[in-house]
Design a binder for this molecule. Structure first.
Ligand code: SF4
Length: 92
């Protein structure tokens, strides 16, 4: 009797866990922006003359030259535009 109850609980728990796997595995990656760091560095979505993220050593390019990427000085932000600019622009 006790064994049957344990088996039933195990099967119930296992079926719930199996049902949740697709929700965890298939969940799409979320884009992140770091608004405080952007504000501090005066991030803007347009270049400053020839200075843009695409020509900055801190830029972490996306999949293609036009895709959004990251930045070494703005952590937890994967929405950095290649044509954007901030006051930490750097080529050295
Ligand atoms: S430091 Fe500024 S200019 Fe350089 S990639 Fe990061 S956000 Fe763009």
């Amino acid at each position: 009797m006790d064994t049957n109850l344990n088996r039933r609980r195990f099967l119930q728990t296992a079926s719930v866990a199996l049902a949740l796997i697709p929700l965890v595995v298939i969940r799409p990656a979320r884009a992140n922006t770091n608004a405080p760091a952007r504000a501090q560095l005066k991030y803007q979505n347009t270049p400053n003359n020839e200075m843009s993220c695409a020509s900055c050593l801190e830029f972490i390019p996306g999949k293609s030259a036009k895709d959004l990427g990251g930045c070494k000085v703005i952590p937890d932000d994967d929405e950095i535009a290649p044509n954007a600019y901030c006051t930490s622009w750097n080529t050295m």
